[in-house]
Design a protein around this ligand. Structure first.
Ligand code: IPE
Ligand code: IPE
Ligand code: MG
Length: 248
């Protein structure tokens, strides 16, 4: 038994599996720089980690895996890096779609997808349709996503509904907001992992993370894999989640 298998056995023994794990996949650039390689090489290497964590999530029985792949703010990176990331997105979908479908993974992309080029948009729409019937694991891939923009969009929809008389102002409650986010209907993350040691949220799921347990890993994303995911889950299982109340 390898280290990862022992970790998986420990997790299973413990029982309380996080239903929803979210990851801010960070550190591709630093991984490349440490090797004197161009940044896109780090992004390409990071795709392997995506495959590894998807398989590990399936093994562990996680229901929802949310990956922050490209933020709205990331559009401000140099054009060459943005275009390398967009090509990798297309390549990832081409390479993985069939396998994901066969593994029972439902792939959903969340974010301002209108900003994608036509080729990426077609690939994204294609894999979402191809895997829509699956239910073993929901794989949420956040691209062109910013949490504040998501909240602004929800506020605008509420304003429109109120102005049109479809919604009373005093019917605006937490469910009215949650139900208008990209994540509508999905339980909030139980565990958020950020790699590469950065201790910030970077505009990811601000509403949804209200009571999420945080695990900051020093490992750079291209070096993150099955065993690191299991270690994060084990850490999660040691937490006392109180939700503002007192311990049982
Ligand atoms: C994460 O790695 C991938 C994206 C944000 C697209 P980075 O590219 O942010 O890598 P660092 O943070 O510069 O090391
Ligand atoms: C957050 O990482 C976005 C993604 C991982 C997609 P960044 O590297 O863009 O965040 P900052 O700039 O360090 O806050
Ligand atoms: Mg970064």
């Amino acid at each position: 038994m390898g280290a990862a298998d022992e970790l998986l056995a420990a997790i299973r023994g413990h029982g309380a599996m996080p239903r929803h794990v979210a990851i801010i996949m960070d550190g591709n650039g630093r991984w490349a720089r440490e090797r004197m390689l161009p940044r896109p090489v780090g992004h390409r290497e990071g795709m392997k980690s995506v495959r590894a964590v998807v398989e590990a999530a399936l093994e562990a029985g996680v229901e929802v895996l949310s990956l922050f792949a490209f933020s709205q703010e990331n559009w401000q990176r140099p054009a060459a890096e943005v275009s390398a990331l967009m090509s990798l997105l297309e390549e990832y979908i081409k390479k993985e779609a069939r396998e994901l479908e066969a593994q029972g993974v439902r792939v959903v992309f969340l974010g301002d997808l209108d900003r994608l080029g036509p080729v990426q948009r077609a690939a994204v729409d294609g894999v979402m349709a191809q895997t829509a019937h699956n239910s073993k694991l929901l794989l949420n891939l956040f691209i062109s996503y910013g949490s504040r923009a998501e909240l602004v969009r929800a506020a605008r929809q509420i304003a429109e509904d109120v102005a049109a008389g479809r919604l009373a102002p005093d019917a605006v409650d937490e469910a009215a907001i949650s139900g208008r986010l990209f994540t509508a209907g999905v339980p909030d993350p139980d565990l958020l992992i950020r790699t590469s040691g950065e201790m910030r949220i970077s505009n990811f799921l601000l509403w949804q993370l209200a009571y999420t347990e945080l695990h900051i890993s020093p490992v750079l994303w291209p070096d993150f894999g099955r065993d690191e995911l299991f270690r994060a889950i084990l850490d999660y299982q040691s937490r006392d989640r109180r939700f503002g109340r007192v311990s049982a």
